[in-house]
Design a protein around this ligand. Sequence first.
Ligand code: SAH
Length: 393
Amino acid sequence: MGIEVGVDRDMKDHSQVALLGLDRAELAELVADLGEPAYRAQQLLEGVYRQRVESIEQVSTLPQQLRAKLSEKGISVGLPKVEKQFVSVDGTVRYLIGFADGQSVETVWMPEGDGGDVGEGSGDAEAGDPQGKLATRGWGRATICVSSQVGCAVDCQFCLTALLGVKRNLTAGEIAGQVLAVLNDQKVSPQHDRINLVFMGMGEPFLNYDNFIKAVRLLVEEVGLAESRMTVSTAGIVPRIADFGQEAIRPRLAISLNASNDELRTQLMPLNKKWNLERLMAAAREFPLRNRERVTFEYVLLHNVNDLRENAEEVVELLRGVKARVNLIALNPGPGIDYETPADENVEAFQKTLRDAGILTFVRRPRGRDIYAACGQLKRTVEIATAPAPSVP
Ligand code: SAH
């Protein structure tokens, strides 16, 4: 299965093998290679994914001699590190999370959810909170926004992450590890707290498909997060939408629509040349939905560019035959972005046109704009003071 452990590894630099990212079968193989009894794999799984240990030393079920043996072989947990955090006036926290090779991404913690990314149901009052923790903490639920790549290759003209280009894919362990690091920092656990995940951070998850899906499986099967509380957003990698529909374990699907016709969409999102609206909407119509599920469409409103009445009317036509839900997002501005935030009246009128046509439509509240944590603002800004962020409305 390709996990190389021990002295005969190709790499002579004793580079580390991370446990985080290995699934049940891979851990079983590793344990067998070390000549250890099979139940050690279960202990490692529980330590890494349930207990969320930072070092093997903390896996108290393992004998000391085995912990030492793992370290000698260059095997470590591989939990990414919180390098910096920025706290917004609205409670949102933007984490800068660093990996072993010095690369970093951003992960965002949004107490009380994200204002509507996760599909219907997530806003319902939760019955039963046996620990009484949610009430005493002062938040009802929270959403973690997870990155899938360092930077992004898609080049959407309104998004700050695009300015970074793509540096590399994240591994499954790095994707899942962001969640574990944030849960640890916030001292919460999916067993006691209501945690939603949105794969809407830096990068295009469907251009790192295998690692993304593996991370989802680990988060569901080992960490214990609910797939029904997860949403992945794609800029529209059409062939992967079909693959995603076939997954036994999968989050809900969101598609970044952002324009109402091909000319406009190609201008805003150059990938539309490759997968145009006809192909994208066909993939959405064919997507196998579960009971009560819908496809979410995100639509970033840009002042006088795609926020006019005729745009809303075109969106209504595009969505015919799709069990859809629309999240409207007013542009979050930033340096280097040539578009403006839409007027409130345009946002309201756009929403009304869609609602009058019977489309479930929400306006998403921006979260953490003051600390560059909102949609489209993730570009590892560390100099908040010298890069004045727009004020929170
Ligand atoms: N690459 C994936 C995952 C990122 S999701 C995707 O594109 O879907 C990030 C969401 O934020 C997308 O829906 C995108 O359209 C939106 N977005 C990007 N830049 C934005 C900005 N400046 N203001 C508001 N939303 C933005």
